[in-house]
Design a protein around this ligand. Structure first.
Ligand code: HEM
Length: 366
């Protein structure tokens, strides 16, 4: 791995510590009673990002200084080049500036910063695109094609179902069964998780933004989109036996080998909905036949361990958007901003107070 990744702006993101007051509006009737019972509401009675992060933390061991989710990853860097089709849909400078510098992070799902790469069902890509007009576009995408829960309350219940039972040290399967009974639409995600083949690399995996955003062009026209990064590297499946034999840092090592031979590229593709497609529920996929437009190419050139790399202290808040891109009314998207800020605050405080040796050494694994 190289050490030439440019140092990012370490100022707190503009939306850091954004309270979940807005989300409080959705806590109506039974949902509010449920959230209170679930421990997600603070003593003020409001929904809080602190409560959500507390719940995530309760699902596993403490790892001071690390992200509370997607804890294991590496920093990457490269550039983004927009297309004419991208410029027609959005006035974001990322589509018109030649080769915009990108700082990113490739990660695996889960809260264990020392977990086995190949065992992770979910792989991820986060990007910070900084354009020469002083604006930033941050995004955090996953390998799943749609989210696993239709609402915040549902996702909280799913997260709580993953908290180990003190009697067994393992999550109680009855709680996950209760979640699926209450939210049958979540079975679609379970089916994806069981059946979708895993690739043998971060480089040949597609990453999906999942939420709806709006692209706004120079004429002020607003187009709903969902974006994905589609790898130019061909898909190669990694079967169960190969995954079980792989080293703990398999994905990072494999990425280094590929980068040593040249840049890795993804096409940024946006899907446009038809009337009636869900705009505010990321658990509802849009039909495959919807129109798709290639709006840019991402090239990654370098990687670096997160403990010493510039992505460690970045909050890839998906609501930090440039002019020309706007958030939809998806309440899960809105909630992520506050929850990520809370996770960021906790991990940075642990690092600053010297409680996070594992997150600051130059070793990714202990
Ligand atoms: C309410 C729903 C969600 C919650 C509560 C949640 C929670 C979190 C938390 C706490 C972090 C760590 C943030 C940090 O410390 O910087 C995180 C990271 C991440 N999340 Fe989520 N998440 C949610 C939904 C999603 C969705 C829908 C996606 C993708 C489509 C996603 C993708 C990611 C990625 C890629 C990262 C790692 C970003 C990085 O590399 O820094 N999350 N999430």
């Amino acid at each position: 791995m190289t050490s030439q990744i440019p140092t990012p702006d370490r100022r707190p993101p503009r939306r850091s510590l954004l309270p979940l007051a807005a989300i409080g509006l959705i806590a109506l009737g039974g949902a509010a009673a449920f959230a209170w019972a679930a421990g997600w509401m603070g003593s003020s009675g409001r929904l809080t990002s602190q409560g959500f992060v507390d719940t995530i933390e309760a699902t596993g061991a403490d790892h001071p200084g690390f992200r509370r989710a997607h804890s294991k990853g590496v920093c990457v860097s490269g550039n983004f080049q927009g297309t004419a089709d991208g410029r027609a849909l959005s006035s974001a400078r990322a589509f018109s500036q030649p080769a915009v510098p990108v700082l990113g992070r490739m990660s695996i799902g889960g809260g264990d910063p020392h977990g086995a790469d190949a065992a992770a069902r979910v792989r991820s890509m986060a990007l910070l695109i900084r354009t020469d007009d002083g604006q930033q576009w941050r995004m955090a995408m996953n390998s799943f094609p749609f989210f696993g829960a239709p609402t915040l309350e549902a996702f909280l219940e799913q997260t709580r179902a993953g908290i180990p039972d003190p009697a067994t040290g393992k999550p109680d399967p009855a709680k996950m069964a209760a979640f699926l009974a209450r939210y049958p639409q979540a079975r679609r995600f379970q089916a994806w998780a069981k059946s979708a083949p895993l690739s043998d690399s971060w480089a040949n995996t597609a990453y999906n933004g999942v939420h709806t955003f709006y692209f706004i062009n120079a004429a002020g026209e607003r187009q709903p989109v969902r974006w994905s990064m589609r790898p130019q590297a061909p898909f190669v499946e990694m079967d169960k036996a190969q995954r079980e034999q792989a080293s703990a840092d398999y994905l990072a090592e494999e990425l280094d080998r590929r980068l040593a031979t040249g840049p890795l590229r993804w096409d940024m593709v946006v899907t446009l909905p038809d009337a009636g497609d869900a705009l505010d529920d990321p658990s509802q996929p849009w039909p495959e036949a919807r129109r798709q437009v290639t709006v840019g190419t991402l090239s990654l050139e370098q990687a670096q361990p997160q403990a010493t790399g510039p992505c460690r202290d970045v909050n890839f808040d998906p609501l930090i958007l440039p002019t020309g891109v706007a958030a939809s009314d998806d309440p899960i998207l809105a909630a992520r901003s506050g929850v990520y800020a809370q996770s960021f605050f906790r991990r940075e405080r642990e690092i600053a107070s010297g409680k996070a040796a594992g997150a600051t050494s130059d070793e990714v694994s202990p």
